[in-house]
Design a protein around this ligand. Structure first.
Ligand code: PGA
Length: 258
C-alpha cells in the first residue's frame, strides 16, 4: 500500500521567524500522525531554522528548487549537496510557477531530477496542463510529454521512490479545485503511462499527489480516489490550522483501506 504524503509548498512566503512559529505549531498538532508522510517546503533562507526546529519530529523538510550542478560559477543557485547539509530530504522540481516565470523546461527538470537523485533527495516532480490545453482536450498529451521528458533516463529503482504531483495550472491559487473525478482521471493516466515507461510494479509504487486549491474541506474526497496518494498544498499550508486539518483529514484514506 502506498503511504499518503501531504506536502506544504510555502512559495515566497514566511520569514525564518514566521516559519519557526508555523512549524512549532505543526509539530505540536501533528505529533501523533504516523500513517501519513508530512513535508514542509519553506524558502531557502528558512530551511536551516525549520530543519533545526523539526529535528526528531515526524515532519520532513523539502526545498522548492535546486540547481543540477553541485558547485561552480553559477551565481545565485543552490545545489543538492548544500540542501542535504541543511537536513533537507525532499525537493519540488518543475513547479508550474517555475515553468511559467523562470523558464523551467522538461529538459531542465530532467537534469534537476538526476541531480536530486544523485544526492538521495526525493524529488516531487510537478506536471499539469494550463486551462487552454484542457479546453482544447490536450491534457493527456501535455501530461504525457511532461512525464516522458522529465523522467527520461531514470532507472526503475529511482522512479519507485519519487513523487509525482499532478497540478492542473488552472486550479493553482484560484480556489478552483479539480473535481475528484477529473483528478483521478489524470492520476490514473499517469499511472498507466508509468507502467508503459517502466513496469506495473514501479507504477504501483509511485505516489502521485494532487495539487491545486486543496483545503481541509476537499482533501477527504480527493483522497478517496484510488490513484490519489496525497496533496501538494500551497495557500492552505501557510496556516497551521488549515495544514494540520488537511493532514488529519487525509488520514481517512488510511482508515478506510484498513
Ligand atoms: P494552491 O497551490 O494550493 O495555493 O492552489 C498549490 C501549489 O502551487 O503547489
Amino acid at each position: 500500500m502506498r503511504k499518503p504524503i501531504i506536502a506544504g509548498n510555502w512559495k515566497l512566503y514566511k520569514t525564518s521567524k514566521e516559519a519557526i512559529e508555523l512549524v512549532t505549531l505543526l509539530k505540536r498538532d501533528l505529533c501523533d500522525v504516523d500513517t501519513v508522510d508530512i513535508v514542509v517546503c519553506p524558502v531557502f533562507t528558512a530551511l536551516s531554522d525549520v530543519s533545526d526546529t523539526l529535528t526528531e519530529s515526524n515532519i520532513r523538510v523539502g526545498a522548492q528548487n535546486l540547481y543540477w550542478e553541485d558547485a561552480g560559477a553559477f551565481t545565485g543557485e543552490v545545489s543538492a549537496p548544500l540542501l542535504k547539509e541543511l537536513g533537507v530530504e525532499y525537493v519540488i522540481i518543475g513547479h508550474s510557477e517555475r515553468r511559467q516565470f523562470f523558464g523551467e523546461t522538461n529538459e531542465t527538470v530532467n537534469k534537476k531530477m538526476k541531480a536530486a537523485l544523485r544526492h538521495q533527495l526525493i524529488p516531487i516532480v510537478c506536471v499539469g496542463e494550463v486551462l487552454k490545453e484542457r479546453e482544447e482536450n490536450k491534457t493527456f498529451d501535455v501530461i504525457r510529454t511532461q512525464c516522458e521528458e522529465s523522467l527520461k533516463g531514470l532507472s526503475s529503482e529511482e522512479m519507485e521512490g519519487l513523487i509525482v504531483a499532478y497540478e492542473p495550472v488552472w486550479a493553482i491559487g484560484t480556489g478552483k479545485t479539480a473535481t475528484p473525478a477529473q483528478a483521478q482521471e489524470v492520476h490514473h493516466f499517469i499511472r498507466q503511462l508509468l507502467t508503459k515507461m517502466f513496469d506495473e510494479e514501479v507504477a504501483l509504487k509511485v505516489r502521485i499527489q494532487y495539487g491545486g486549491s486543496v483545503k481541509p474541506e476537499n482533501i477527504a474526497e480527493l483522497m478517496a480516489e484510488p490513484d490519489i496518494d496525497g496533496a501538494l498544498v500551497g495557500g492552505a499550508s501557510l496556516k497551521s490550522e488549515s495544514f494540520a486539518a488537511i493532514v488529519i483529514n487525509s488520514c481517512s484514506k488510511v482508515q478506510t483501506r484498513k
